[in-house]
Write a protein that binds this ligand. Structure first.
Ligand code: NAD
Ligand code: WQD
Length: 347
């Protein structure tokens, strides 16, 4: 048995989980274990984490919806002091075409893991939420206490419901301390270029589509609409580097573990607070890569909000967190990661 204080990461082989593990290994003394069933990731990610950090991760290949096997993990691992729950499905269009998949996976896994927190006395819990909980909102920048709009997809609804479930648990069980982090648009990759967002499914998000177009996996990309009421007619988003997101989890974890949380249920936005348009994002990519991107202006994408960006005051003041990476860093690391994937077969 290992007696070191342990942090359990769910979805540790995934995009944000893997970057968070690297930062945890770099800046804390905790033992890190992960649960991942590789439904949207590869086991090879752990080799790459080891290459970057020099440390090996124990992974439990369990579906978190399988409560019997999940409880076996908690029976074996007696020193878990905190959980960061990343594991979920995250594709907005897939959630529209297959809502059962999303309601089942995202909600059952959350309920199971919360029940384990109670049964095995694990007090500290961090949840991956999303700016998609705000829905289509016109009052910008959005603050954590902004009244949420209607969820625009089953995926977004799983995050709204997930937040409410956690709130109800903290009311019923005051020993449970939780932080919910609402990520805006996480992009980029680790500075080594060795890990990033794995392209297991067709890319839907802007930055992977930009890098895949530049490398030739996609012939030509579409800018979805250019007559929005914004400074250049394209939609505005709050892109945030994945390593900044990872570091916010460490701040949140320490706030919970040190007991400096103001409430047992706290929500924080994770964004830079800067709104960036689609054409500005493309321009930043062209500048750092030295390539002209093959794109055309097409129709609007149904369901897109015109503009959204975060108010960052609460996370700055209460978590002591501030993003360190700018838009160029985001594009540069995303591009490095795209180029690294040419080496994949050599792994
Ligand atoms: P990801 O798909 O890369 O990682 C999720 C990981 O969880 C994957 O490795 C997957 O295999 C695993 N997983 C999923 N369901 C599981 C289950 N039932 N049992 C075991 N493992 C399971 O996604 P990500 O981008 O790293 O996102 C992490 C979290 O952040 C998710 O909850 C997502 O909804 C949320 N989020 C992501 C973004 C984004 O743009 N990436 C934005 C806002 C919120
Ligand atoms: C960004 C901008 C597109 C692709 C999604 C989820 C949200 C959260 C973050 C998880 C938009 C434009 C895109 C393309 C384009 N994820 N675009 N051409 O929609 O802001 O948010 O990721 O929680 O829930 O909905 O991100 O990267 O898809 O789009 O012009 O080929 O890029 O119209 O304006 P989005 P995105």
């Amino acid at each position: 048995m290992n007696f070191k204080k342990t942090i359990l990461i769910t979805g540790g082989a995934g995009y944000i989980g893997s970057h968070t593990i690297i930062e945890l290994l770099k800046t804390t003394e905790f033992r890190i274990i992960s649960i991942d069933n590789f439904s949207n990731s590869s086991i090879k990610t752990y080799d790459r984490i080891e290459k970057i950090s020099g440390k090996k991760i124990t992974n439990y290949t369990i579906d978190i919806c399988d409560k019997i096997n999940l409880e076996k993990l908690f029976e074996a691992e007696k020193n878990i002091v905190g959980i960061i729950h990343f594991a979920a499905f995250k594709s907005v269009p897939e959630s529209v075409s297959n809502p059962f998949k999303y309601y089942h996976n995202n909600i059952s896994s959350l309920l199971n893991i919360l029940e384990c927190c109670l049964k095995f006395n694990i007090p500290n819990f961090i949840f991956s939420s999303s700016c998609s909980v705000y829905g289509n909102i016109s009052n910008l920048p959005v603050k954590e206490d902004t009244i949420l709009g209607k969820a625009e997809s089953p995926y977004a609804y799983t995050k709204q419901v997930g937040e409410e479930i956690i709130k109800d648990y903290t009311i019923a069980f005051p020993k449970l301390k939780t932080i919910l982090l609402r990520y805006f648009n996480p992009v980029g990759a680790h500075s080594s270029g060795l890990i990033g967002e794995l392209p297991i499914h067709k890319a839907n998000n802007l930055v992977p589509i930009i890098t895949q177009t530049a490398i030739g996996k996609i012939q030509q990309m579409t800018v979805f609409g250019s007559d929005y009421p914004t400074r250049d007619g394209t939609c505005i988003r709050d892109y945030i580097h994945v390593t900044d997101i990872a570091n916010a989890h460490i701040k949140a974890l320490m706030v919970l573990i040190n007991g400096s949380n103001k409430s047992n249920y706290s929500i924080f936005n994770l964004g830079t607070g800067n709104g960036i348009s689609v054409l500005e994002a493309i321009g930043a990519f062209e500048k750092i890569s030295g390539q002209k991107l093959n794109y055309f202006i097409g129709d609007k994408r149904p369901g897109d909000v015109i503009a959204i960006y975060s108010d960052t005051e609460k996370s700055r003041v209460e978590l002591g967190w501030e993003p360190q990476y700018n838009l160029e860093d985001m594009m540069e690391t995303a591009w490095k990661w795209e180029l690294e994937q040419l080496n994949f077969d050599k792994d």
